[in-house]
Write a protein that binds this ligand. Structure first.
Ligand code: SAM
Length: 306
């Protein structure tokens, strides 16, 4: 199969699925593996898009619909789709300025840009495509490449609140990858919405991959709060109902989540929710907890309706 795209995620995103792609690939629907192509792919919780970019690299996808509730993320995808050259030009300037500074200067520069980013939030027009989106996306990418751990995290007001991170020579503008992402987004629609809005795009034979925010591994973990909106057990239950609804439509469905049995072997939350479907447990490195005790090998769940 000819590689049609080598794009990779342009942002580091909490819950990114890079390390699980091989396991997902083994479990793709047979028709996709045999034909090497699908007519429609839908990803309702796209985040950094590790699976989308992987599929674009190895298969032919005629059209894709990507959704996420995070407005900052969605405008970034749209800017790369519509205006990647202007974005690159702004980002290259930011990169040059930043890398010419000493450590204290870089720190000051980071907080200056973070302040501008947060101050323009009230009243920012996320609904209608406009030129301000390009600058905002350049700030988002800059902060993603220079903040602590490369995370995206917002406080309750929706402000970006990750501190400065120490990097020797951060690659702020990966021109080649931004160009590849731009190409990968051709024939792709990007929508800022709750996962339920994806229903109208899903029909028989559509392949759908769902990677919702993790159910917390421990009661103290707050890493499920990707956006100020959060995602709780009630949402997980609603998602399972949604999964059943899509199953009836004849779509091919794959869903991943962390396995609560990592913490409590008797926790059957997902086994009950997805009872009757194909549930696999695969090994993954836990790497989103900051403290060393949180690192280690854990199980990840893959649920499929085929
Ligand atoms: C686990 S992350 C997805 C990570 C992605 N698979 C990757 O490789 O980067 C979950 C995503 O779901 C989004 N999200 C949270 N609640 C949502 C909702 N109700 N509807 C749609 N997206 C939601 C978050 O903004 C986040 O980007």
């Amino acid at each position: 199969m000819e590689n049609i795209s080598c794009a990779k995620p342009f942002l580091k995103w909490a819950g990114g699925k890079k390390q699980l792609l091989i396991e997902f690939n083994k479990r793709l629907p047979n028709y996709l593996k045999e034909n090497g192509s699908i007519s429609r792919y839908v990803e309702p919780f796209v985040g950094g898009g590790a699976m989308f970019f992987y599929l674009k690299k190895h298969y032919i996808i005629k059209e894709s619909i990507l959704l996420d509730i995070n407005r900052e993320l969605v405008i970034a995808y749209k800017v790369i789709k519509n205006d990647h050259k202007s974005l690159v030009s702004i980002l290259l300037d930011i990169e040059e300025d930043h890398l010419n500074m000493d450590e204290d200067g870089r720190k000051e520069n980071y907080y200056k840009i973070r302040d501008v980013y947060n101050q323009e939030l009230p009243g920012f027009d996320f609904s209608n495509y406009n030129k301000q989106w390009i600058e905002r996306t350049s700030y988002l990418i800059f902060m993603n490449k220079t903040c602590f751990n490369g995370l995206f995290r917002q406080n309750k007001k929706g402000e970006f609140n990750v501190p400065f991170g120490l990097y020797k020579n951060p690659k702020i503008c990966d021109v080649t990858n931004i160009e590849l992402v731009n190409k990968a987004l051709k024939d792709t629609e990007i929508i800022c919405a709750d996962f339920r809005a994806s229903e109208m795009y899903i029909k028989q034979d559509t392949f759908v991959y769902m990677d919702p925010p993790y159910r917390p591994l421990t009661t103290t973990s707050n890493f499920t709060n990707y956006s100020k909106d959060g995602f709780n057990d009630f949402d997980q239950v609603n998602l399972a109902s949604f999964f059943k609804k899509l199953d009836k439509k004849g779509a091919y469905l794959m869903l991943s989540n962390s396995d609560p049995k990592n913490e409590d072997i008797n926790d059957n939350f997902f086994d009950k929710l997805y009872n009757g479907y194909n549930i696999n447990r695969v090994k993954a490195k836990r790497n989103i907890n900051r403290d060393a005790s949180g690192r280690g090998i854990i199980n990840e769940l893959i649920v499929r309706n085929y």
